[in-house]
Structures are given as structure tokens and as C-alpha cells.
Design a protein around this ligand. Structure first.
Ligand code: SAH
Length: 254
């Protein structure tokens, strides 16, 4: 496990006190990289006050306008959520998920996303994630305070970093680097375009197709080489469609 490769990403946080509380929870557990996506009220005295001796974590926090910018160089992204969702996604509890985060962090950039105090992460934000993490709670009230949710995840990571035998690293057992989120997003744009070209996807009635395909590829975790092969197939498919539509070309349908 390498804590330097793990960033905690807070999306659209409303209360600066929570940002300070998160910084403290992180430093207590040995995490230092905090990314704030469009915080509502920051910098703020209240954040500094709640951070106490973790002010350095706040000072080195990176503020970005969009989630894309927060995670584009990551190969592994985890979204935390208190809610049940309509479409199921690979979901683990905090302890099991910490193992996956710890093992990926040995050689990959990892982001753990935390949502807004009032409505968490949106479905669109959750669908960029490889895995979803849920902290088990009493049924009657499943939504934890933001900083407390970060505390629990950071604690589970701390327990793993203190353990003698570290979890096995998926990347170390693989020969090619896993694809970055930036390249995965480019792939999804290309895939959607090609599926539209071959009329498998009807943009007027897309249903849940792209959502389901994202879930498929997130579950598999493509490496850079596999991603390039798929992009090559899409490009060739598009060329065939083009040739078929052009009567001059002597394409496949002539
Ligand atoms: N009402 C919101 C909860 C927001 S709590 C919702 O339905 O999702 C703010 C953030 O704390 C959440 O977005 C999530 O990142 C984290 N969080 C709170 N409770 C959690 C739980 N039980 N499991 C995982 N994350 C949780």
C-alpha cells in the first residue's frame, strides 16, 4: 500500500467545517492528498478551525472545478454512497473495499470520492467509478456525516497499512498498465459514436445501454493495450459503415 497514491476527493461540499474535519480524519490515519471539487465555501476559517493540527493537509489541498479534473490521471476510482441505486454496481463494504484500494495504491493512482452533504454523489458521478463503497449502518438511518464517513474509510486503510502482510497488488500481477480514467472516458465517447453509426444505439432512445456498458468495462478493468485494441476495432467498424454509405467507394455492400 502506498498512501501517497491515494487521494480523497470531496465533491461540492457545502460546509467548510466538514472539509476541516476530513483533513483531520485523514492526517490522523496517515493520508495527505485532499482534492476539493467546486467546494461551496472555501477557503474558510471554519475549515481551518476544525482541521486543528491537520492544517497542512488543507494547505496542500487541490481545488478543481470539475470531477473529471480531479480523477483524470487515476486508474482506480471508488465512489462512496449511503444509498441503494436503481442499477446495481460492484459494491463492497468499507473493510473489503479498503483492501482493494490499498492493493491498487501500490502502483496506481487511486481516488476515493465522497459526495454532497445533502444528496451524496449523482448517478453520473457514481458511474465513473470502478467500485462502490458502502459503510454498513442501522437500516433506520444510513447517512453518516461526511467527515465521519472519511474517518471510517481512512481507518480501514490505516489498519491495512499497519498489518504485516499487505494485500496482493493486482497491477503487479499484470503485464500492462491499467487504463486511466481520462482514456476510459475517451473510449466511452468513441464507443457511443460507433454504436450510433452502426445503429445499435438510437440516440433518441438510448435507454440504459451506455450505463450498462460502462458497468461491464469497469468491472473488467481494461489495460491500456486492451483499450487500444477496442478503439482500433471501433475505428475499423466506422470505416466499414462509411464505405457502405458511399456508393463510389466499392465498399462492403457493392
Ligand atoms: N443523503 C446522502 C448522504 C450524503 S452524506 C445520500 O443519500 O447519499 C455525505 C457523503 O458521506 C456521501 O456522499 C458519502 O460520500 C458519505 N457517506 C455517508 N454515509 C455513508 C455510508 N453509509 N456509506 C458510504 N458513504 C457514506
Amino acid at each position: 500500500m502506498n498512501p501517497d497514491n491515494i487521494r480523497i476527493v470531496l465533491v461540492n461540499t457545502s460546509h467548510p467545517g466538514n472539509i476541516g474535519g476530513v483533513a483531520r480524519a485523514m492526517k490522523n490515519m496517515g493520508l495527505e492528498r485532499l482534492v476539493l471539487v467546486a467546494p461551496k465555501d472555501y477557503p474558510s476559517e471554519q475549515a481551518n478551525w476544525r482541521a486543528v493540527s491537520a492544517i497542512d493537509v488543507l494547505e496542500s489541498a487541490v481545488v478543481v472545478p470539475t470531477l473529471d479534473e480531479a480523477i483524470q490521471d487515476c486508474q482506480f476510482v471508488v465512489g462512496t454512497s449511503a444509498r441503494e441505486r436503481r442499477i446495481p454496481w460492484p459494491l463492497l463494504d468499507a473493510r473489503s473495499c479498503a483492501e482493494r484500494i490499498a492493493s491498487a495504491s501500490s502502483s496506481e493512482q487511486v481516488a476515493v470520492l465522497f459526495g454532497r452533504e445533502d444528496r451524496g454523489l449523482t448517478n453520473d458521478e457514481l458511474k465513473v467509478c470502478n467500485l462502490h463503497l458502502n459503510i454498513p449502518t442501522a437500516e433506520a438511518y444510513s447517512s453518516l456525516n461526511l467527515a465521519m464517513a472519511v474517518q471510517i474509510v481512512a481507518y480501514e486503510l490505516k489498519m491495512l497499512s499497519s498489518a504485516t502482510d499487505s494485500p496482493t497488488d493486482e497491477q503487479e500481477q499484470w503485464d500492462t498498465p491499467f487504463a486511466s480514467m481520462e482514456n476510459m472516458e475517451r473510449f466511452y465517447v468513441h464507443l457511443e459514436e460507433a454504436l450510433t453509426d452502426i445503429e445499435f444505439l438510437d440516440p433518441a432512445a438510448p435507454r440504459q445501454l451506455m450505463y450498462r456498458l460502462r458497468r461491464l468495462y469497469s468491472r473488467v478493468r481494461l489495460d491500456e493495450m486492451e483499450l487500444n485494441i477496442l478503439r482500433g476495432i471501433l475505428t475499423e467498424t466506422q470505416k466499414w459503415v462509411q464505405r457502405g454509405q458511399d456508393p463510389e467507394s466499392g465498399g462492403p455492400y457493392t
